[in-house]
Design a binder for this molecule. Structure first.
Ligand code: 5AD
Ligand code: SF4
Length: 487
C-alpha cells in the first residue's frame, strides 16, 4: 500500500530563536515523511511557532487560529499545533480561545512534536507538553524541564544553505520588568562547547560559511566544565574560528553589562568575527532603566559604547528601544532622543511598550502613556535614527567592502533568474545591493559603494566577479522561507 505524502504548514512569528525552532521542527517532521506546503488548508499538520513579546504578536496568532476554525470543522483529521512562547505562557488561554487546537507545545518540549502529532492522529485527544513555570518547583527541576532543542539539521530547510543559526544558550535570568522571555524560555542555560563545535563542524561540512550564534543574552554565555574550567563566548568563538570553511561568525543579542573586554578583544583579533554588536539599551533615561530593571545606568552604557569602539575600531553597533514605557515623561524620552542622536547606532529597532500580563512591570506600574504618544515617540526616534543611518551610509560611498552574497533582493526576486539585483552583507552587517549573477550566492566578494539610502548601500561588483568562469557553476538555491512573519 502506498500512503500519499503527508503535508505540513508552519507559520513563524518573532525572533531568530523562533526561526531556528521552526527550521528544526520542520526538519524533524520531514524525517517522518512530511513535505512542507505553503497553504495551511493544503496541510495535514498546521503549526504556529509563536511569540509573546508584544500583544500584537499574540493577537496575530489568535486571528490566524480563528480563521482556521471552519477549516478544522470541515477537516477534523487536520492537526493544529501551537508551539513556543505563547504555548508555554498561556496554555489555558489557547485552549479557551482556540478550542480546535490539538497540540500545545512549549519552547522546552519541541523535541516531542513528531511523537505528539502521531499521538493526536492516533487518539484524536489533544496533547499538551509544557515545561514547569519559573516558580513551579526548585531551580533544578524547573531548569531540567526546559530542554534545548537542537537535533541534527536538515540543510535544505535553512534560509540559505551557507548561513545558519546556532543556539548556544537558552532562557534568560535577567528578568527585565517588561519582558516575558524569562517565563516563556525558562532559566538561562549555556550549551556544552563540544556539542556546539560538533554542530558547527557539521554545518561547515554541509557548506555553511556563516554561523550566527544566538542567545537572549548571548554574551553572558559561560559553560562551567565542573573541573574549574570555564568556556566563555570569546573562547567559543576562537574555537569555531579554527573551522576552516567557516568564514564569518556573528552573535546576537548582547546584554550591555556583560560586554567584557576578552570578548571585544576576540572580535577585534579574529578575522572571521563580524565587526557588529547588537547591544540593546532600551531607554536613554536612568529612571526608566531602573523601572525596567536593566541593571545599568546610561553613563555605564556610554562607557561600554566607548570601550567597544576603542577596542574594535570600525565596529558597528545597533540597539533596541522601548518607547512609552510606564512613567516615561517627555523629559525621559528627550534623553532617549539625545542618546540616539549622539550614539550613532548602525540601526535601532524601536518598539512601543506593550504591557504583558504576568510581568513585574504589569504588576507594579500603570501603562500610562497613551497610544498616540507612543506612536509619536516611535516616529520621532525613527527619524533621528534614519538620519544617522543616511549619514553613516553616505560616509561609505567610494569605499570597497567585502560582501557575503545572500541571494536575490526583494527587487531581484521579481526579476528572472540569471543577472539580477542581489543582496549581501558586509563584515559590519551593512546591507549592500548590487547587480550580480545567481551564481554568486554564498560567495564573498568586493563591492564598491556608489550610492546610499538610509536603509541600503548600493554597490558595484567587479565585472570579472559578475561573470567569472572560475565560479562554481551552480545555480543559486531558491531562498526558502518557512512562513516567516517578522513583527
Ligand atoms: N513591549 C515592547 N517591546 C518589548 N520588547 C521586549 N518586551 C517588550 C514589551 N513588553 C522589545 C525589547 C527587546 C526586543 C526583543 O523586544 O526592546 O530588546
Ligand atoms: Fe527579556 Fe531582559 Fe532577558 Fe532580554 S535580557 S530576554 S529583554 S528579560
Amino acid at each position: 500500500m502506498h500512503d500519499r505524502t503527508k503535508t505540513l504548514f508552519i507559520e513563524t512569528v518573532g525572533c531568530q530563536m523562533n526561526v531556528l525552532d521552526s527550521e528544526l521542527v520542520v526538519g524533524s517532521l520531514r524525517r517522518q515523511g512530511y513535505e512542507l506546503v505553503h497553504e495551511p488548508t493544503a496541510a495535514d499538520v498546521i503549526l504556529f511557532t509563536t511569540c509573546s513579546v508584544r500583544e500584537h504578536a499574540e493577537e496575530k496568532t489568535y486571528s490566524a487560529l480563528g480563521r482556521l476554525a471552519p477549516h478544522k470543522k470541515a477537516n477534523p483529521d487536520t492537526v493544529i499545533g501551537v508551539l513556543g512562547c505563547m504555548a508555554q505562557k498561556d496554555q489555558e488561554e489557547v485552549r479557551r480561545r482556540a478550542p480546535h487546537v490539538d497540540m500545545v507545545v512549549g519552547t522546552g518540549q519541541l523535541a516531542r512534536v513528531p511523537e505528539l502529532v502521531a499521538e493526536v492522529q492516533r487518539t484524536r485527544v489533544p496533547q499538551y507538553a509544557l515545561s514547569l513555570g519559573r516558580s513551579d518547583g526548585g531551580k533544578q527541576s524547573v531548569t531540567a524541564s526546559f530542554e534545548s532543542f537542537d537535533p541534527p539539521r536538515d540543510a535544505s530547510m535553512r534560509p540559505t544553505p551557507f548561513q545558519a543559526f546556532v543556539r548556544i544558550q537558552i532562557g534568560c535570568d535577567k528578568f527585565c520588568t517588561y519582558c516575558v522571555v524569562p517565563t516563556t524560555r525558562g532559566p538561562e542555560q549555556s550549551r556544552h562547547p563540544d556539542h556546539l563545535l560538533a554542530e558547527c563542524r557539521q554545518l561547515a561540512n554541509e557548506g555553511c560559511k556563516e554561523v550566527t550564534l544566538i542567545g537572549q543574552t548571548v554574551n553572558s554565555y559561560a559553560f562551567d566544565h565542573g573541573d574549574g574550567r570555564r568556556t566563555r563566548l570569546s573562547d567559543l568563538i576562537s574555537r569555531i574560528h579554527d573551522i576552516e570553511s567557516i568564514e564569518r561568525i556573528k552573535f546576537v543579542t548582547n546584554f550591555p553589562k556583560d560586554m567584557t573586554n576578552d570578548l571585544l578583544d576576540a572580535v577585534r583579533e579574529l578575522p572571521k568575527a563580524v565587526k557588529y554588536l547588537h547591544v540593546p539599551v532600551q531607554s536613554g533615561c536612568d529612571e526608566v532603566l531602573k523601572r525596567m530593571k536593566r541593571q545599568y545606568s546610561i553613563d555605564s552604557y556610554r562607557e561600554m559604547l566607548y570601550r567597544c569602539r576603542e577596542r574594535v575600531p570600525g565596529v558597528a553597533i545597533s540597539s533596541d528601544f522601548i518607547v512609552g514605557f510606564c512613567g516615561e515623561s517627555e523629559e525621559s524620552f528627550g534623553k532617549t532622543m539625545d542618546l540616539v542622536r549622539e550614539a550613532k547606532f548602525k540601526n535601532s529597532f524601536i518598539f512601543k511598550y506593550s504591557t504583558r500580563p504576568g510581568t513585574k512591570a504589569d504588576d507594579l506600574y500603570p501603562d500610562d502613556i497613551p497610544e498616540e504618544v507612543k506612536k509619536r515617540r516611535n516616529n520621532d526616534l525613527l527619524q533621528v535614527q534614519n538620519a544617522n543611518c543616511l549619514e553613516d551610509h553616505k560616509s561609505r560611498i567610494g569605499h570597497t567592502v567585502e560582501v557575503l552574497v545572500e541571494g536575490p533582493s526583494k527587487v531581484g526576486e521579481r526579476q528572472p533568474p540569471g543577472l539580477r539585483q542581489m543582496i549581501g552583507r558586509t563584515m559590519t552587517d551593512h546591507i549592500v545591493v548590487f547587480d550580480g549573477h545567481d551564481r554568486l550566492v554564498g560567495r564573498t566578494l568586493s563591492a564598491k559603494v556608489k550610492e546610499a539610502s538610509p536603509f541600503t548601500l548600493f554597490g558595484d561588483v567587479k565585472t570579472g566577479e559578475i561573470a567569472s568562469g572560475d565560479l562554481v557553476a551552480r545555480e543559486a538555491e531558491p531562498v526558502r522561507r518557512v512562513g516567516l512573519t517578522i513583527i
